[in-house]
Design a protein around this ligand. Structure first.
Ligand SMILES: [Ca+2]
Ligand SMILES: [Ca+2]
Ligand SMILES: [Ca+2]
Length: 427
């Protein structure tokens, strides 16, 4: 306040400011035109047109904040003509004598406002435009479980009696192979810059397979509206379960077909688990699991199917149940026996590592990145020597070799690595 006289005047001072919150973001356009036409010295015609359009920031506009798109047009007419007849008429009036000629003038104007709104706020084929009192978007809180990263192998489910066994290989006898992943988008793009392996690039059948193709959100939610710029792809969590393939750390001594498949696939299980950071579901009002599942038997009509169980609550993280917390990055780089304990499953590090990362030294990493059993393939072969011999007896030579190469069945293969390309995986 520069002028102190205003302050000392004792008058109430009211200050208002403009709210410029959206200023500069919302685009407004004003166009106008004016036309004049002189038809003769007596008659002029004119027209005016103006339009004001506001571009909404989003398709969802709040009530009372609707953008406008208004047009105004006006027409006007002016006619002016000297009139000898009027002059004579006035002269006829008693006591009046005109000194100037009279003239006849007519002006007319017409204007109309055409109110409207930008077409961007039309919804559902209705041209009337829509504004929202509340879109209820914040009325629902969702815990998205679709990312594969937080998921990991689970321990044996309670439904299986062997789940009670501690430090006993029988705990894993029915573990079958389960794989869970999010499909890398490179597999959806067949374009020239695609990194797709050559075997897949031209295999339309493999790329259109419903289990691996790209899902569009509206296939599942036909009435879902996606605004411009928002992805229409529906991310999926893909789970592949192979009840006849031996799962990791399954050292069942019998029940194999000669090709290495497990007999009696109905008695097997595959499981994955993850944590959810919210622990009080009641306080957070978390009420249900919403699951949209693609028909797992689409290509096998009449199949008997399987069972899917959800266990919610406190779940044991002891995947190889021995009451020990095993950390690969705690394993000694030099295989120093004083730094680990040996259980029936393998090796458990005695060290408590501070960080969750492997050693920086690549040689040390080779000793650490060996799986939950803490055993490299060589050590797996040494530890389970007798079991391996017993199992190999039941297998054909190919299956026996594959079994011996990775006895714990815990080796990792990078999905974009050369090994899978060479075996034409996926096609
Ligand atoms: Ca354990
Ligand atoms: Ca291993
Ligand atoms: Ca292995």
């Amino acid at each position: 306040m520069i002028n102190t006289a205003l302050l000392s005047s004792g008058q109430p001072i009211r200050i208002t400011t403009e709210n410029n919150e959206l200023f500069g973001l919302q685009q407004r356009s004003l166009f106008g035109a004016r036309f004049d036409y002189k038809a003769s010295n007596k008659l002029t015609l004119g027209g005016t047109f103006m339009t004001l359009t506001e571009k909404p920031l989003t398709q969802k506009v709040n009530y009372m904040e609707e953008p406008i798109s208004n047009s105004i047009f006006g027409l006007d007419l002016n006619y002016s003509s000297p009139s000898r007849f009027l002059t004579k008429l006035v002269d006829k009036l008693p006591f009046i004598s005109t000194k100037a000629p009279s003239s006849f003038t007519f002006s007319g104007e017409y204007a109309q406002l055409i109110p409207g709104h930008p077409s961007a706020i039309n919804s559902g084929g209705d041209k009337g435009g829509a504004s929202y009192l509340d879109d209820f978007e914040a009325s629902r809180s969702v815990i998205d479980l679709k990312s594969a990263v937080p998921w990991q192998l689970s321990g044996t489910p309670q439904l299986f009696p062997e789940s009670q066994l501690v430090d006993n290989l029988e705990y894993g006898y029915n573990r079958a192979k389960v794989a869970f992943y999010n499909i890398d988008p490179i597999f959806y793009n067949r374009g020239g810059t695609s990194n797709l392996p050559a075997s897949l690039r031209n295999d339309r059948n493999a790329l259109s397979n419903h289990y691996v193709r790209e899902m569009i959100e509206q296939e599942v939610f036909p009435f879902k509206e996606t605004s411009t710029g928002q992805s229409t792809v529906l991310p999926t969590l893909d789970i592949a379960y192979y009840p006849f393939l031996r799962g990791p750390y399954n050292y069942t001594p019998n029940g194999f077909s000669p090709n290495g498949n497990l007999n009696n696939p109905k008695s097997r299980w595959g499981g994955l688990m993850r944590r959810i950071d919210i622990n009080d579901f009641e306080a957070q009002n978390i009420e249900y699991i919403e699951l949209w599942v693609m028909d797992s038997y689409m290509y096998k009509p009449g199949s008997q199917g399987g069972d899917l169980y959800f266990n919610i609550g406190n779940i044991s993280e002891d995947i190889l149940k021995d009451g020990r917390k095993s950390l690969e990055n705690g394993l000694p780089a030099n295989e120093d026996p004083s730094k680990y304990d040996e259980t029936n499953w393998g090796r458990v590090a005695k060290l408590q590592p501070v960080i969750q990362a492997f050693d920086n030294d690549p040689a040390a990493r080779r000793a650490q990145d060996v799986g939950l059993d803490g055993l490299s393939n060589t050590n797996e072969r040494i530890k389970f020597q007798q079991l391996i011999a017993q199992i190999k007896n039941q297998l054909n030579p190919d299956a026996a070799l594959a079994f011996e190469n990775d006895p714990s069945s815990d080796d990792y293969t990078y999905f974009r690595g050369g090994a899978l390309d060479q075996s034409n995986a996926g096609s």
